[in-house]
Design a protein around this ligand. Structure first.
Ligand code: GTP
Ligand code: MG
Length: 446
């Protein structure tokens, strides 16, 4: 059989590294929050007793961290791995997402052109619903048909985002915090605007860029709004034609805004080439070369070796059908099937494997690295405050040695106490910093 079961894939999935890392770093921040609260209470109380050894700035610095840490914990709780799909209309973006989700979730095909940004993410409570931008209402979605209907009845502009919440237990990608973003395949519904770039490319093939019009006027906004936090981009191309200028332009723009975006290229509809077996190898080699040149030479986002792990020839339609069959306990394919199906199915699974590795690695790096640096710097700042308090307490104690002995003894006693507490606090903080540093670097290296 060509398809390992979903559970088997899940247990060894690199996505779990992100999930575990997120849990770990969350635990660390719970502890940091505890320490910051402790420190804030301690420093504020000390300031009331002794204005010399604790100044206002120290109190403010430490207490301000209480809110900041809370903010980081909120961001952490929302952190996910995000993949965004782009490509010309009807290339099969929605179909690829459905194939990965193992269910017909997104409407696809004739009459179901995606006309705004759709984000599919796991819902917390096993419900399925959608939310449109700027509206807090949850619209219940019982079935895929209903979803398509709900999307049609909304007056949506192409730049808008509709969030689709789908039960996490229906797909391990959702359960493991992967969020899918589907994009509208055409930037303008007017057929004229869609044809102009095609004509341009036909008339002036030697010019790589089409000026102005094919770049959607909203492209900048698209990227700023939906792509800056994407960990992986998937360009769904049509294996029956070459990469289009419009598709390329989009990624040129993305790579001016993001350094080295992770881009996969899926040559979809590869099943359609099955009837032309004689040319298949030739066509594949040509597509491969052009796609690799695009990633390596034009965008300079990966090496030639890496490019081989980023370009795949697949059929989303077949994979989705196969998975729906398997779900019903049927063999992956039934009826007439285009030649070479097992290879294409295997190649899709290979894409998913490389994709999971890439997205989890990228998300851990971009999301957790920043948080762990922040955690380290917070604990370091608090340690510095404690140390300065300790030094000042020590200095005041030395000054007091000139004061008369009996008074001195009393003072000494309280300040000794103070010193002890400060020392204890300092050690506590010291341990915390080391502990946090150790755990963060262990978590990161894992
Ligand atoms: P827009 O939302 O309009 O931008 O299109 P899309 O890129 O989301 O394409 P969609 O998934 O809606 O697919 C368009 C049509 O192509 C549907 O009828 C799919 O069934 C069909 N299709 C998708 N993938 C494949 C494939 O690999 N092979 C074949 N033969 N047909 C496919
Ligand atoms: Mg679509």
């Amino acid at each position: 059989t060509v398809a390992p079961s979903a559970d088997l894939r899940n247990s060894s999935s690199p996505l779990q590294r992100f999930v575990k890392g997120k849990r770990k770093i969350n635990d660390i921040f719970v502890e940091i929050e505890d320490y910051v609260l402790d420190s804030s209470n301690y420093v504020s109380a000390l300031r009331k007793e002794n204005k010399v050894i604790v100044d206002e700035g120290d109190v403010k610095l430490v207490t301000d961290y209480v809110q900041k840490i809370k903010g980081i914990r909120d961001v952490l709780a929302r952190d996910h791995m995000k993949v965004a799909f782009f490509g010309r209309t009807s290339n099969g973006k929605s179909s690829v997402i459905n194939a990965m989700l193992r269910d017909k979730i997104l409407p696809s095909g004739i009459g179901h052109t995606t006309n705004c940004f759709l984000q599919v993410e796991g819902s917390e409570n096993g419900e399925s619903y959608l939310m449109t931008e700027g509206c807090q209402d949850k619209q219940n979605v019982k079935s895929v048909g209903q979803l398509a209907h709900a999307l049609c009845k909304e007056k949506l502009n192409e730049n808008q985002l509709v969030r689709i919440f789908w039960p996490r237990d229906k797909c391990f990608l959702l359960r493991d915090d992967v969020v899918f973003v589907d994009s509208p395949g055409k930037s303008n519904t007017n057929i004229f605007f869609r044809l102009v770039p095609v004509l341009w490319q036909f008339l002036y093939p030697e010019l790589s860029m089409f000026p102005g019009i094919d770049v959607s006027p909203n492209l900048d906004e698209w990227i700023d709004k939906h792509c800056l936090d994407a960990d992986v981009f998937v360009l769904v191309a049509n294996a029956e034609s070459t990469l289009m200028v419009t598709e390329k332009n989009f990624f040129h723009k993305v790579s001016t805004k993001l350094s080295k975006p992770n881009i996969f290229i899926l040559n979809n509809r590869w099943d359609a080439s099955a009837s032309e077996m004689d040319f298949q190898d030739q066509v594949r080699a040509q597509h491969l070369e052009r796609a690799a040149d695009f990633l390596v030479k034009e965008l300079k986002v990966c090496s030639p070796k890496e490019a081989n792990e980023r370009i795949f020839f697949v059929s989303a339609k077949e994979v989705l059908q196969a998975r729906l069959n398997e779900e019903k306990g049927m063999p992956p394919h039934s009826g007439a099937l285009a030649e070479g199906f097992p290879n294409r199915y295997f190649e899709f699974q290979d894409f998913e494997k490389k994709f999971e590795e890439c997205i989890s690695k990228s998300a851990i790096k971009t999301k957790f690295e920043q948080h762990s640096q922040r955690g380290k710097s917070v604990s370091q700042d608090i340690r510095d405050v404690m140390e300065s308090i300790y030094e000042k307490a020590l200095a005041t104690q030395k000054d007091k040695s000139f004061v008369k002995k009996d008074l001195n003894d009393k003072l000494n006693f309280t300040e000794q106490q103070l010193l002890l507490i400060t020392q204890e606090m300092k050690e506590k903080i010291h341990h915390m910093v080391e502990d946090v540093e150790q755990r963060v670097s262990k978590a990161l290296s894992e």
